[in-house]
Write a protein that binds this ligand. Sequence first.
Ligand code: FUB
Length: 370
Amino acid sequence: MKQYFTTSKLIVTLFAPLCLFSACNSSNSKTANAADSTKADTGEKTKYLSQPLISSIYTADPSTHVFNGKIYIYPSHDINAGIPENDNGDHFAMKDYHILSMDSVGGKVTDNGVALDIKDIPWAGRQLWAPDVAFKDGTYYLYFPVKDKKDVFHIGVATSASPVGPFKAEPEPIAGSYSIDPAVFTDSDGKTYMYFGGIWGGQLQRWINGKYDANGSKTDSKQEDAPAISCKVALLKPDMKSFDGAVKDAVIVDSLGKPLLTKDHDRRFFEGSWMHKYNGKYYLTYSTGDTHFLCYAIGDSPLGPFTYKGVFMKPVQGWTTHHSIIEVKGKWYIFYHDTQLSGKTHLRNVKVTTLEHNADGSIKLIDPFL
Ligand code: FUB
């Protein structure tokens, strides 16, 4: 994940008048700060499809699960660390996790306090980004991406007997893990898979044949005509703390079965994957990052390939878009974030709205604005 914040301010100042005359409406031209400040400052609350679930802290990247009939949200905890914005996303300097819970969608939301602090993760350097959780045999496993002391993202795991923690981190990251945004899915046969990865600030483009290139590209732009970098998928061992075998590519193909290309910014995987199963099919959902869409691709196996099907959520307010999809009592919901409360890209708030599958298995397009 990368932010165009500084650059975008300049672009808006210099080119906004030109855009007025040239129907400058490409999603690439979307500038987080311009969009944010307009809507937040004017307080046009009725324009948003839904309202923030909590306003006492900033929260983002909501991975959501139902445990014992209760809804638990595992978000990033955004803070204003005073770090200037830059292209690496250094200002996303999160330091702990708070888990939110609610008895029902629309019910009271409880902030259960600090569940894991970066200072209690032995290998962590900085930037505690989007987590997810799984439950097995009485233990909750919290999976989290954080940069190690050499500034390289890996994915760690922490355990607790309670869904809201406190969680105790393992001394090392998961062997073979890298990049960001773990999303953990347990299939009906009991096998658990982790989908992960994010390009640009998430560093996925710097991992080549399992090795990290610290001098590698900051973006995926060096290979525009090549197949896009894939989201990764790994089977978890029964201990839930290690990968069972090699990390694989969760390849997204077009309707002809050809992998999407890097230059296909409107459709290719960027970050923020999620997996849900519907009518026996595997739905890989993800963010397209610099074009700000949430898209979906469907497969017959949790390992893919996944055939690209379309956008299911239009861009939210803010640069990043990140979601989870769950079923509660027969109804499907999407948890997502935007920047309604702050107007700032790195201070986000989580939201929820309904998600509908059409009879043909497609997902009904969601517009986050009314
Ligand atoms: O919250 C930090 C990063 O922003 C996440 O890891 C990305 O998915 C994006 O939402």
